[in-house]
Unconditional design. Structure first.
Length: 351
């Protein structure tokens, strides 16, 4: 019998971890790479979904957090801090529990999904709602970590990128080689940086014969990389990627240019439509920000930019349960019936 051991043990030889360093893990990674039937039909390609919502705290952040918190533990840190649109804080809170550390999180007031707030709370982190957006939170978190004894676990911490690159390894391990195109949502731009690093490393030592083109999608109201300038007041219903000045901006641009890829914007309407399609036609429930990758694929296909016959992977970054409001909004209220088979059958259209 074999249980997945978490990304540090599974990819130890490709990660900067000392043999005797502590490993703080919730056995993250090893997530499903699900063939997407409808998306494949629509595009004439073999489309796969890398379902990162299947990680222990429901997002890809766990891959980076096992690395960052393990490193903080090794360095003797007693407290960690992060700025977050919700998922980083949920992950940091859980891994800090495993490490016996205090976790402080800074979130933009009123702009994080309820499920993520619930995670940070139930894991016992110290939450400050900041009167500002994510970019303000990150500035504050950096300042605190410089001045006070608290380790910063945002993706500006290189350990985070190292952990997150393992998703690219898993995809190549599953497919036998890199895909033609890899698509993902872009917020603070750490994840596109991490995947590109992973694909480059595998190609460099022969574990893959090639590298994919990297396609990133931002929400149109929060698209600084697409606009070429920071966005002072980023807006989007996809709160996870409501970011106006990404920390890894230059690395995202490098991933795009070195891979012959693109970074474009999708509207909230396109994001919600992809969100509903994923749930209703693929059986995969993701949070709105995650659907930006698929919205981007559909947009590119509509524009004739997707040649058939390619192998395409879309990362869907977070679990739909994080932000269920969007699943309920606009859906019809369920009908109430008595405990009566005929009445229930007639409501179901069976009778
Ligand atoms: N998708 C989800 C669900 C996210 O939570 C994030 C980022 C992204 C995509 C974008 O990834 O920042 O590496 O480009 N969430 C961060 C957070 C900002 O605080 O949880 P990125």
């Amino acid at each position: 019998t074999h249980q997945w051991r978490g990304i540090i043990e599974e990819y130890r030889d490709r990660l900067p971890v000392a043999a005797d360093a502590p490993v703080v893990t919730l056995l993250e990674g090893g997530t499903p790479l699900v063939p997407a039937q409808l998306l494949s039909e629509r595009t004439g390609c073999d489309v796969y979904l890398k379902v990162e919502g299947a990680n222990p705290t429901g997002s890809f952040k766990d891959r980076g957090m096992t690395m960052a918190i393990s490193q903080a533990k090794q360095e003797g840190a007693q407290a960690v801090i992060c700025a977050s649109t919700g998922n980083t804080s949920a992950s940091a809170a859980a891994y800090a529990v495993r490490a016996g550390m205090v976790c402080a999180v800074l979130v933009p007031q009123g702009k994080i999904a309820l499920g993520k707030m619930g995670q940070a709370l139930v894991h016992g982190s110290r939450i400050l709602q900041v009167d500002g957006n994510f970019d303000d939170c990150l500035e504050l978190a950096r300042a605190l970590s410089e001045k006070y004894p608290v380790a910063l676990v945002n993706s500006v911490n290189p350990a985070r990128i190292e952990g997150q690159k393992t998703a690219a390894f898993e995809i190549v391990d599953a497919l036998g080689d890199a895909p033609d195109v890899h698509i993902l949502p872009v917020g603070n731009a750490g994840n596109i940086t991490a995947y590109w690093k992973g694909y480059r490393e595998y190609a460099a030592d022969g574990a893959a014969t090639r590298k994919p083109r990297m396609w990133g999608f931002q929400a149109s109201g929060s698209a600084p990389i697409v606009n070429g300038a920071p966005v002072r007041h980023p807006q989007t219903i996809a709160t996870a990627i409501r970011i106006g000045n990404p920390a890894s901006w230059q690395y995202a641009v490098a991933a795009r240019d070195e891979s012959g890829g693109l970074i474009e914007a999708v509207t909230d309407r396109q994001i919600l439509s992809a969100y509903r399609l994923l749930a209703a036609k693929e059986g995969v429930f993701v949070e709105p920000a995650s659907a930006a990758s698929v919205a981007g694929l559909l947009k590119a296909a509509d524009e004739g930019k997707v040649d058939p016959g390619q192998r395409i992977v879309c990362t869907v970054t977070g679990n739909g349960l994080k932000d269920p409001d969007w699943a309920v909004a606009g859906a019809p209220q369920p009908v109430t019936v008595p405990v009566d088979a005929d009445a229930a059958a007639s409501q179901l259209g069976l009778a």
